[in-house]
Design a protein around this ligand. Structure first.
Ligand code: SF4
Length: 363
């Protein structure tokens, strides 16, 4: 038995993702040429508890948006299992998923793109209720209540999306997603198109809504400062895999995977004195393509720790171009393994020592 975020006991996670993979493409084109398969998500497992926010971070191409769509069944998994409130949803038909759609919803990055400009705001917010058969008598009252919840003036229900600012349009998007009182929202870069001051307002609104309703969030973003602000736990994705998953303060206070360490070393800090003391740990090169996942640990082409450990000369190494890297990094995919309570990471050489983290010069 585990406590949900509101303190009530709960025996099962709201969302269970077990060994889920998604490969796009593959097979052959009409004229027989082979079509490259893209492994967008590769054997991912995690749980999300009622009322919790799990942040999902990683570079473009890490698979985080595809994973968000997989858990909502907007994209079909190639393999693996997804449960929602204890029910396996992986095998449900499209019609069965539609009937449950009110319980798990998505908020997109671009609220304007997902809103029909010909519909008034009131009609846009009411639309999910109409689709899901909420009685006509209830719709005006629920529309007004949800507009108040997201900080919109109900008197603006007859206005159109173009009459609203970017932040207000995102409030409309959140209202549409929340109007059926879902248990889970997947938020895909919900504030990345907004000014910084507006971002803070929307993030605070999301946290307030969570406290009032108990909704859980899978919060996808590339901005680590934003994710830190809203998340209880954070998962870091690299090339389709979760490489580190930890309670928020553990991940930001003592990151253990070299990819996380590099990402965090690039986040600006407010204090210039601290900034001078920090070391940037650069990533080697670009993220690989999903059509050519490196063998062994998929992070080895970019890993500063692997190069540092190989340079010490105490372990078997192999060739990576003109470089030497640990043989284990070149040959074996490390599992996402527990390293302390509330903290898992996928690395063969996690010693917990900062000496294994800081190979680069001061920048
Ligand atoms: Fe780096 Fe090797 Fe650890 Fe992968 S297993 S993160 S390549 S040190």
């Amino acid at each position: 038995m585990k406590a949900a975020r509101d303190g009530s006991p709960t025996a099962q996670p709201l969302l269970g993702v077990a060994n889920v993979s998604k490969t796009f493409g593959g097979g052959r084109w009409l004229l027989g040429a082979r079509r490259a398969a893209v492994r967008a998500v590769d054997d991912v497992s995690f749980e999300l508890w009622p009322g919790e926010t799990l942040g999902l971070v990683g570079e473009t191409g890490s698979g985080k948006s595809t994973l968000g769509r997989l858990v909502l069944r907007l994209v079909e998994p190639t393999s693996g299992h997804i449960t929602f409130s204890g029910e396996e949803i992986t095998g449900l038909s499209a019609a069965e998923v539609r009937r449950r759609r009110g319980a798990f919803q998505m908020v997109f990055q671009d609220p304007f793109g997902s809103l029909d400009p010909r519909m008034s705001v009131g009609a846009l917010i009411a639309e999910p209720m109409v689709v899901h058969g909420v009685s006509r008598a209830q719709i005006p009252g629920r529309t007004e209540a949800i507009m108040r919840l997201v900080g919109l003036d109900p008197r603006s229900a007859n206005s159109y999306p173009h009459e609203f600012s970017g932040g207000q349009r995102q409030r409309i998007g959140i209202a549409r997603a929340m109007v059926l009182t879902p248990k889970l929202l997947v938020l895909d870069e919900p504030v990345s198109a907004l000014d910084v001051s507006i971002q803070a307002q929307i993030l605070n609104l999301l946290m307030e809504i969570q406290q009032r309703t108990g909704v859980a969030y899978l919060f996808i973003a590339h901005d680590l400062a934003v994710v830190r602000h809203v998340s209880h736990r954070v998962a870091v994705m690299y090339l389709g895999r979760i490489v580190e998953l930890a309670d928020r303060d553990l991940l930001y206070g003592s990151p253990r995977h070299p990819y996380t360490v590099s990402l965090l070393s690039a986040v600006p800090v407010a204090n210039p004195a601290t900034e001078r003391e920090r070391r940037r740990i650069p990533l080697h090169g670009e993220i690989s393509s999903g059509t050519a996942i490196p063998s062994g640990c998929r992070f080895h082409p970019r890993c500063a720790r692997a190069r540092l450990i190989a340079s010490r000369g105490a372990i078997p190494t192999g060739d990576y171009g003109a470089e030497k890297l640990p043989l284990a990094c070149l040959q074996q995919e490390p599992p996402l393994a527990p390293i302390e309570p509330g903290h898992r990471a996928a690395c063969h050489f996690d010693s917990g020592s900062q000496a294994d983290m800081v190979p680069g010069p001061l920048t």
